[in-house]
Write a protein that binds this ligand. Structure first.
Ligand code: FE2
Ligand code: FE2
Length: 272
């Protein structure tokens, strides 16, 4: 299999990619972002299981010693997987995140608070000449979640939002069958944020409208292909269908037993 390579998103902005085999017909990416320029920014740090590939891609874009900011969207393991190593290898970097992150990561390790900067929803910070605005995406699975809008490039890092299980690797959603996007988006967001089926549609529309108001050039998700400008309105419209839908179907014990049996059938015979 070809090792993943960073995908250019905009001038000085690259998606660091991984598409682990999910064991089924659909696969979910684990992406992060590198913003270059005067003060380079790592946006999320991938999963520890993909550590070598993650560092190989990152170091091809920026020398760790030059990194000035590490933005952590939230405290899930597929986003902070290389955080503590990055803090060691990027000694000039400040960690930017929600103020609740230190407490929620304390079970892993203590954060160096003197190297942290807290941003609440709607607050911004400047990385060199770039204004970066923390904007919470409408769908999320951790209360610390912050997305990040790069005003210079128009790229919006949506954290887990706009994730999409895919049958094969693609760069952007326009390369997929439209039905795959519709079904995948409706399933993904109900799995990510099960409460979405119960939200008030008016308030939900307002939450989606906050992303629309950014007028993003690109939506970049940790868990799906890029959404380019021509497809942004469609991706936002799909979110609007979620309130009132039935909960997402979840696998049960019979599904688990079938999966275990299928894996056992694939395993090589044990020598006698
Ligand atoms: Fe998450
Ligand atoms: Fe995630």
């Amino acid at each position: 299999m070809t090792p993943p390579a960073p995908l250019p998103v905009a001038p000085d902005v690259h998606l660091v990619r991984s598409l682990p085999d999910g064991g089924g017909p659909l696969r979910v990416a684990i992406n992060s972002l590198v913003i270059g320029g005067e003060e380079p920014v790592l946006v999320d740090t991938g999963a520890a299981t993909g550590r070598d590939d993650w560092w190989r891609q990152v170091e091809g874009l920026v020398a760790p010693v030059d990194v000035r900011w590490i933005f952590l969207s939230h405290d899930d393991a597929d986003h902070h997987g290389n955080l503590f190593e990055a803090l060691e290898r990027c000694p000039r970097a400040t960690l930017v995140a929600s103020g609740a992150i230190a407490q929620r990561l304390a079970a892993h390790r203590r954060l160096p608070l003197e190297r942290c900067r807290w941003v609440n929803d709607g607050e911004s910070f400047a990385a060199g000449g770039r204004d970066l605005v923390a904007v919470r995406p409408p769908a999320y699975d951790a209360p610390t979640t912050r997305g990040l809008f790069d005003v210079t490039s128009g790229v919006y890092w949506a954290a887990d939002c706009f994730g999409l299980p895919v049958p094969h690797a693609v760069d952007e959603v326009g390369q997929l069958d439209p039905d795959v996007q519709v079904e995948g988006s409706l399933l993904w967001h109900r799995l990510l944020s099960p409460w979405v089926v119960d939200v008030d549609p008016v308030r939900w529309t307002a939450a989606i409208g906050r992303v629309a108001a950014l007028d993003p050039q690109v939506l970049a998700s940790a868990h799906g292909p890029l959404v380019l400008r021509r497809d942004v309105a469609r991706a936002l419209d799909l979110l609007g269908d979620l309130p009132g839908m039935p909960p997402a179907p979840l696998p049960g014990q019979a599904d688990l037993e079938a999966e275990v049996a299928a894996l056992a059938a694939l395993a090589p015979p044990t020598p006698a």
